[in-house]
Design a protein around this ligand. Structure first.
Ligand code: GLN
Length: 309
């Protein structure tokens, strides 16, 4: 399937691109800092499997936190709803994505939701497999299937760069190991988590994943079921309540669709029954969301009445 450039979409991209000047690229993972701040691309995948784009839509970026929603979908299939939510909660935190504070104060002592780092680390730990390598291969295969991309790969430099500096994520893991939320070797878990965050794709492939969620788990091209309906629904609900970190409330009011962002500047958007959206704009606001990406979605939502509310 090909994606066609679209003049209206390009006009919006041109209109919002300059906002990126006010943002900053994530540099707490050193290798992420090497991007061009003013990049901005978007692809919209329609349910009849046509696709439009604007900007350099083939440019690859790493999923970072967007991977959290995909690995959650796999963990729910592997373990079932009860097992997953015995160990991870369902409530938004209002805190930054890497915060440790509520891990200690919440009762029982478990991460508040799967979209913050603590919750996502616990979810990655739930993926089934005989070895860490088998767990990782299953994550890759699942994401390949959603993106319809045979050999989804990861950016080794970004993964290693995060692995060398992720002391806070390690602290979250060790805290959760003490409280039996995670089990096994923490360095192996960290390796799988940093690799899942470093999975790379372009915004066309990300938009296609959005279309799978828009269709409640069906492959937009073949109609094959890739995710059970109840799991697609849970994932979309988390995207609404926690997908844009501690800016999810404002995003729900201004845009009103399930979405998940990552600190690489990616955003996965879902307009139920209609579109999957993939965006890449690496200049971030203070909460870690793509500045131009959010503005672009605000304009699209208003113009095309996207809000689900
Ligand atoms: N890999 C990143 C981290 O764990 C993902 C965070 C994000 O995208 N918000 O810090």
């Amino acid at each position: 399937m090909t994606c066609k450039s679209n003049a209206d979409l390009q006009a919006i991209v041109d209109e919002v691109r300059s906002i990126s000047e006010k943002g900053t690229v994530a540099d707490y993972i050193p290798a992420l800092a090497k991007v061009n701040k003013s990049d901005l691309s978007v692809a919209i995948y329609e349910r009849n499997h046509s696709c439009i784009y604007a900007g350099d839509y083939m440019r690859k970026f790493t999923l970072q936190s967007i991977s959290k929603v995909l690995v959650l979908a796999l963990a729910l299939q592997d373990r079932g709803v009860d097992y997953v939510f015995d160990r991870v909660g369902m409530e938004p935190t209002g805190d930054p994505f890497n915060s440790i504070s509520k891990l200690e104060t919440s009762i029982p002592s478990k991460p508040l939701n799967p979209m913050i780092n603590a919750g996502a680390l616990a979810v990655t730990n739930m993926i089934k497999g005989e070895s860490e390598n088998e767990r990782w291969e299953r994550i890759l295969q699942f994401v390949s299937c959603l993106a319809n991309k045979p050999n989804v790969s990861y950016d080794l430099e970004v993964a290693n760069s995060e692995l060398e500096t992720a002391w806070l994520n390690r602290a979250l893991c060790y805290f959760m190991k003490q409280h039996k939320v995670v089990e096994g070797d923490i360095e192996e878990l960290m390796m799988t988590y940093t690799k899942q965050c470093a999975i790379e794709m372009n915004c066309f492939e990300l938009a296609r994943i959005g279309a799978v969620f828009a269709l409640n788990g069906l492959d937009p091209e073949t109609g094959e079921r890739l995710i059970p309906v109840h799991i697609a629904r849970i994932c979309k609900t988390f995207m609404v309540t926690c997908g844009m970190y501690n800016a999810s409330g404002e995003f729900a009011i201004k845009v009103g669709i399930p979405a998940k962002s990552g600190v690489s500047g990616g955003i996965l958007g879902v307009v139920p029954e209609k579109y999957g959206i993939g965006i890449f704009g690496p200049a971030l606001d203070e909460k870690g969301n793509s500045m131009a990406g959010i503005k672009l979605l605000e304009i699209l939502a208003e113009r095309y009445n996207f809000s689900i509310f």
